[in-house]
Design a protein around this ligand. Sequence first.
Ligand SMILES: O=c1ccn([C@H]2C[C@H](O)[C@@H](COP(=O)(O)O)O2)c(=O)[nH]1
Length: 311
Amino acid sequence: MDIEGETFDDLLRKSLQLLLERGHPIEPTKKKAIELIGVCLRLENPRARFSRTENRGVLYSALGETLWYLSGSDEFDPIEYYIQGYRKHCGSPPADVKSSEAAYGPRLASQMEFIKEQIRKRDTRKAVISIYRQADQQNQYDVPCTCILQFFPRSGALHAMAQMRSNDVYMGMAHDIFAFTMLQELLARSASLEVGTYIHQVGSFHLYDKDRTKAEKYLKRGVPDTVPMDAMPEGDPEGGLSWLLGMERALRVGKAMPDASDIDPYWQDLARLLQVRQLRKAKDRVGLRAIREGMHTKVYHTFIQDEISKA
Ligand SMILES: O=c1ccn([C@H]2C[C@H](O)[C@@H](COP(=O)(O)O)O2)c(=O)[nH]1
């Protein structure tokens, strides 16, 4: 089954429609759901990577999770900061288990140099990152949902494909597509390539019964206009990314923030988005307004406006 779309919202709408029409009921250990097996999504504009629907505030948690992956960490604490209950999703290990046995971060980090080299080879078919590995069959609490990520440098563009054994379409997919298309853009920039198409292949494509009403409401509201994220600045993204990772850590643990003077506005705006999450928690309207005014891009204005009115 193939689903095509220009934006993430296009894909989400078509996916939910298909599941509601043709999904089969299943009852695994993790609650009842409806499922389709073997679904392939194509996202034509990988920068249109987050849902514009105002009550699905995944932008902040997806950015937090992406940075957690890119930091190489497997510890629960940093990701729980963005997604409360993450441990629960990972099979509820006892409190003394501080890290996730299925975390993508360390696996990505150890294959990053390899993949950067591979995508410099014209038309390669070997640019593969393995997330899932045989040893995962013995895991106690959790198994990675993503099996491989493959990258295709073709005619000046970098296409990417993720293969997932299991994907929760309502919540998980938004986070996964956000993270993998960010990785696609980072790699494309590191090899001076344009961003191509993103392909998302899923074994068990499912919607939990508990999310059915929310999914129906999402469909009824209609697809909002999608404004894609700005393009990442050209050139090696390494400096900007490591600055952003430093900022993320500083904001989360309350340390001094790194100097931003040489940092491209693209990265500074992402750091401002991280601050939105904090100011929202503190119900700091003045701070949120200052963030909105300081943003170089208009892309996130409606999101921040939303937070200001809720604060
Ligand atoms: O990156 C991820 C990680 C997890 N899940 C969802 C898929 C399943 O709903 C659940 C994992 O359950 P099992 O497939 O392991 O039973 O978490 C995702 O959608 N994406």
